[in-house]
Design a protein around this ligand. Structure first.
Ligand code: NAD
Length: 499
């Protein structure tokens, strides 16, 4: 019997009612592990009703007490860390060690929200005019929703739900239907941590329920993370439905390698950032841009043997560099891109298309792949491949590398490797990308900064986590208050000024 997952609504597991299901796989074996119900309007309505009913009392609770629920949640995750990481790895395919990092980077945002009482403090001006004080306060929006991708099943749900809930909102999480189990577990743990039922609901599904979320009049904000096409769709439809929307999309992250860079360090950084998690990270490096033929040749000399000897393994193999991809379709899509690259004239230096895992031939594996002489006109340069494929796009000089990076339609992350502070400083200042690493290959900002790309990697004006998350999940109310005796003076028909 295949395990049948449920929705989590009003603090209870609720079986799917739409009659629609999707298979959930164990990528390392290729077997079906469960089926997940795909919600329709009825399940979403039930979640919204529960959320609406529970939210006012939650918002009225002192922020300090809401923060304490987050603290207890942190403790419970620590208690269950190993089981969660194993569940995550088995459903996603990334290694258990990498899954621990996925959980950790989510937990750090939960840690940030433990200080919600401080984060929600408003502004105050005493005596803005005679007898007049002005102050602002942040109030929750009500019911808000998060739609998350398959590739970080713990981190991204926590990036969304923790700030939203700490601010006093009720939250509806629509996780990826490909990795639904860890998000469900997070909701159970939040309940155990003391969160009232109805404040965090998990509704599984695909486009149908996403459209229902966009159209639901009681959902005030949507935070989305996923591919750019869907990000743009949800952003434009959500905004025209009058919602507050932030959508984070795809990426093509470049690493610029200056001639003075330490190439051994660069090679380590590139194999980790290019192939870790099988390249299924929005901050993966997918294009390396060495400056000058000499740098490129020396880099290739080091890189080729490293890519050839990458250790692909089962998700529970602690010695594996990376595990399987998420699905058979993903493997086929990535292999197709390799075919396209060859046809476009790029030089295929390492070909991972033929890789199979002995004893696990049905698993979704793909070997590390390396292209050289990739140019900006090629599809493999322009499009996000989202697999273990690294492209070397040689540049003649620094200006050309900067130009290539800035002309690319995506602008999520970028890195420069150099020993020259002046070059690094110039790059940081001029590059049109949201997150920049200087000798750091995956510059994911820590929880107390914000995360977000530029150009077609993000739609909306506030980033994820950090102070922006508090702004996104609250609305500002500004109060001008006077307690004078002058009220007896009578009405004034001139716009008030503070002269
Ligand atoms: P995806 O766009 O396929 O799915 C994301 C979410 O949208 C899922 O919950 C899915 O159910 C839903 N969805 C899928 N098709 C839909 C449709 N037609 N209409 C409405 N909703 C739909 O993305 P994915 O494959 O799960 O994740 C990988 C993508 O996410 C990559 O492009 C990656 O770069 C991106 N990503 C971006 C960031 C970031 O912060 N910028 C972080 C992680 C992943």
């Amino acid at each position: 019997m295949t395990l049948e997952l449920s929705h989590f609504i009003g603090g209870q597991h609720i079986a799917g009612k739409s009659g629609q299901f999707a298979d959930v796989f164990t990528p390392m074996t290729g077997e079906i592990s469960a089926r997940v119900p795909l919600a329709g309007q009825a399940e979403l309505n039930a979640a919204v009703e529960n959320a609406k009913a529970a939210q006012p009392a939650w918002a009225a609770l002192n922020p300090q007490k809401r923060g304490r629920v987050m603290m207890e949640f942190l403790r419970l995750i620590q208690r269950d860390y190993t089981a969660l990481a194993e569940l995550l790895a088995s459903e996603h395919g990334k290694t258990v060690l990498d899954a621990r990092g996925d959980i950790q980077r989510g937990l750090e945002v939960v840690e940030f929200t433990c200080g919600i009482a401080h984060l929600l403090k408003g502004e105050y001006t005493d005596g803005a005019g005679p007898g007049i004080d002005i102050y602002s306060m942040r109030q929750p929006l009500g019911v808000v929703a998060g739609i998350t991708p398959f590739n970080f099943p713990a981190m991204i749900p926590m990036w969304k739900l923790a700030p939203a809930i700490a601010c006093g909102n009720a939250f509806i999480l629509k996780p990826s239907e490909r990795t639904p189990s860890v998000p469900l577990r997070l909701a159970e743990l939040m309940l155990e941590a003391g969160l009232p039922a109805g404040i965090l609901n998990v509704v599984h599904g695909n486009k149908d329920v996403v459209d229902a979320i966009i159209d639901h009049p009681d959902i005030k904000a949507i935070g989305f993370v996923g591919s750019t096409t869907i990000a743009e769709y949800i952003y434009s439809r959500g905004c025209s439905a009058g919602k507050r929307v932030q959508c984070f999309g795809g990426a093509k992250n470049h690493m610029v390698i200056m001639p003075d860079a330490d190439l051994d360090q660069v090679t380590d950084a590139l194999v980790g950032a290019g192939y870790g998690s099988a390249g299924e990270r929005c901050m993966a490096i997918s294009v390396a841009v060495p400056i000058g033929e000499k740098t490129a040749d020396a880099l290739l000399e080091r890189l080729v043997p490293r890519v050839e000897s990458l250790r692909i393994g089962l998700s529970n193999d602690n010695d594996a560099d990376f595990g399987p991809l998420i699905s058979r379709e993903a493997v086929n899509r990535v292999r197709d891109y390799v075919d396209i690259g060859v046809k476009e004239g790029a030089t295929l230096r390492v070909d991972g298309r033929g890789f199979t895992m002995q004893g696990y031939e049905k698993g979704f594996y793909m070997g590390g792949t390396l292209f050289d002489h990739v140019t900006p006109k090629m599809r493999i340069y322009r499009e996000e491949i989202f697999g273990p494929v690294l492209s070397i796009a040689r540049a003649a000089n620094y200006e050309q590398a900067l130009h290539m990076t800035n002309e690319h339609e995506y602008g999520n992350g970028v890195a420069i490797f150099t020993r020259d502070g002046d070059a690094a400083r110039d790059f940081v200042s001029k590059v049109q990308v949201g997150m920049v690493g200087v000798n750091v290959p995956i510059p994911v900002p820590l929880a107390y900064y914000t995360f977000g790309g530029w150009k077609r990697s993000a739609f909306g004006d506030l980033n994820q986590h950090g102070p922006d998350a508090i702004r996104f999940y609250t609305k500002t109310k500004t109060v001008t208050s006077r307690w004078p005796s002058g009220i007896k003076d009578g009405a004034s028909f001139v716009i008030p000024t503070m002269n």
